[in-house]
Design a protein around this ligand. Sequence first.
Ligand code: SAM
Ligand code: DTB
Ligand code: SF4
Length: 366
Amino acid sequence: MKINPDYNSQEKLLELYNKPLLELIFEAAKVHRQYHNPREVQMSSLLSIKTGGCPEDCGYCPQAARYQTDVEAHKLMSVDTVLEQAKNAKANGSSRLCMGAAWREVRDNKDFDSVVEMVQAVNDLDMEVCCTLGMLNENQAQRLKNAGLFAYNHNLDSSREFYGDVISTREYEDRLNTIDNARKAGITVCSGGIIGMGEAIEDRVGLLWSYMQMENPPESIPINALVAVEGTPLEDQKPIEQWEMIRMVATTRIAFPESVVRLSAGRTKMSMEAQAMCFLAGAGSIFAGDKLLTTPNPDFNEDKEMFSILGLISKEAFAGGEKPVSLPDPLIEERKKRELEREVELKNAREEAFKNGFEPRKITVS
Ligand code: SAM
Ligand code: DTB
Ligand code: SF4
C-alpha cells in the first residue's frame, strides 16, 4: 500500500491534521476520488464469537475480566451459529464479516480449530472474512490464511508514546509482531486506532506515523471514537467533538491514499451530517448492524436510509483483491481421521465381543 510522500514526517502530518477544516476535507475528498469510487461504502458486520473474560487490561475495553461492566462472558460460539449470523449480515447488505474474540492471544486448541472452520464456512458464502483474535504467531496466521481468511484486524490503538497509558499487559512491539505475522502469511492487514481516550493530537498523528514507517502499511485502517463504557477506567472520558472524527478520517485518507479508511465505533453519537462529512473526506466503510462487539451501533435500517439520502451504494466483496481459496486444514483433517479410526476400532471391538458370546448385562429397574 502506498503512502503519500508529501506527508513523510510527523510535523507535516500534524500540520495537515490542523489545517483549516474545510481545506482539509477538500484535499481529502480529492485524494479519495483519485483512488476510490466515492459513492461506494462497504458495509461490514461485526460478530463477537467469544465474549468477555479477557485477561488483558486495555483501559477502553468492556470485555476485560478485571473491570466490572455489564458484559456477560460467553464461551466460543458454535460454527453453525456463526454461519447463521453471517447469512443474516449478508442478507442485510454486508459484504464482510469481522469475527472478534476476547482473547489475549490465539492458542493451538480445539477452539482455534473451530475458528478455522468458521473462516472456511464464511468464506464459502463469498463474504470477506476478517478475524480479530489477539496475538498470533506465524504458524497460526498461516492456518488462517489456508482456511481463506481475507484480513486480520489488530489495532495499534494510539501512538507508541500514549499506548502505555492505556494498556500495560502487552507491548506495542507485540502488536507490531502480530501484524507482521499476518502480513508474512499473505493476509491483508486491518489496523487502526481509537480517538477520545485522553490522548493529545500528537498521539493521533503518532498512530498514523507508526503505519507510515511500515514497509507495507495496512490495506484497511479503522478509526474508532472511544465508546466510554461504565466500569472501564475510561468511563468518564468526555465524548469527542464530531469535527475531530472528521479530521482524523481526512488526515488518514490523505496519508494513505490506497487504503480503506473505516468509520468504526462511535457512530451512535454522530449525526448523519457528520457521517456524511466523513464519507466526503474518504471513509470507505462502516460497521453495520445494531451491535458492534458488545456495544450498540445504528441498525441496518437506519444505515439503509442514510445510504439512500446520501446516494451511497454498498461495496461488493473482494473489490480490492481476489477471494482467497479455502484449503482443507491438515490438523483438522488429521483429528477427524483419528476420530473416525477410533469409532471403527470401537465398532470392531464390539462386534468381536458379540461374536465371542458376549452378552450385555441386563439392567432391571424395579
Ligand atoms: N482481543 C482482541 C484484541 O484486542 O486484539 C480482539 C478484540 S478487541 C475488542 C478489538 C479492538 O476493538 C481493540 O483493539 C480496540 O481498538 C477496539 N475497541 C475495544 N473497545 C473499544 C471501545 N470501548 N471503544 C472503541 N473501540 C474499542
Ligand atoms: C475495530 O477497530 N473496531 C471494531 C473492530 N475493529 C473489531 C471493534 C469496536 C469495538 C467497540 C466496543 C465494543 O462493542 O465492545
Ligand atoms: Fe481483551 Fe482485546 Fe478487550 Fe484488550 S481489547 S481487553 S485484548 S478483548
